[in-house]
Design a protein around this ligand. Structure first.
Ligand SMILES: [Fe+2]
Length: 208
């Protein structure tokens, strides 16, 4: 009797779990379906003073135009781990100019004045963001990358770096080398021709 009793008990337990399942699933969803975008170090060149023009177009500041390097659009969506748009979230990027210089005293103030170097956009209800900038350029010791930070109100939700898929410098870069598996895949994006510019899609997922 013992042998038939056990499966019955198991079935009963199974039924109890099945009844509780919707709650279990909701709980799993609350913990997140999407993998958060991995973080990386901020590095030493976050602006000490933001440029007067800090919008999402890093190639135009008033009457100034930056035409060096290769124009590129960096775009994507900012969502939480359930895929919901993080409306009101702020995405910031900063990067060096085509010659490899940052607008930062630590880099000797040598960056091209025509390059905005920093941009900030607030995400709307659809969660999308877009920057107009250049394909990142290499500088001493680093493979091309764009620094990125996400804020929501006074909270910093993410600081990371975005890399160029297929760039020969990646394999020699100490920070890119440290990335493994899905982390490396998440932070390394294709810059593909789109008209006269390049386009890169970088989805950002944060645990909000
Ligand atoms: Fe950097």
């Amino acid at each position: 009797m013992h042998t038939t009793h056990r499966p019955t008990r198991r079935l009963m337990l199974g039924a109890a779990v099945a009844l509780a399942a919707p709650a279990v699933w909701r709980s799993a969803l609350a913990q997140g379906r999407l993998r958060p975008t991995p973080s990386q170090t901020e590095g030493p060149f976050y602006p000490v003073a933001l440029p007067a023009d800090s919008d999402g177009d890093l190639l135009v500041q008033g009457s100034r135009r930056y035409a060096k390097g290769h124009a590129a659009q960096l775009e994507g969506t900012l969502t939480d781990t359930e895929g919901r748009a993080l409306a009101g979230g702020v995405v910031e990027i900063w990067q060096c100019d085509a010659q490899g210089h940052y607008h930062h005293p630590g880099d000797g103030g040598r960056a091209d004045a025509d390059f905005q170097g920093f941009g900030r956009v607030t995400v709307g209800a659809d969660g999308s963001y877009r920057f107009r900038t250049i394909r990142p350029a290499p500088y001493s010791g680093r493979t091309p990358h764009i620094h990125l930070k996400v804020r929501l109100g006074s909270r910093e939700l993410l600081t990371t770096q975005v890399y160029v898929q297929g760039d020969p410098g990646n394999a020699r870069d100490f920070l890119w080398q440290r990335l493994r598996g899905e982390d490396r895949t998440a932070l390394t994006v294709a810059f593909e021709p789109a008209g006269d510019a390049l386009r890169a899609r970088f989805p950002i997922v944060v645990a909000a």
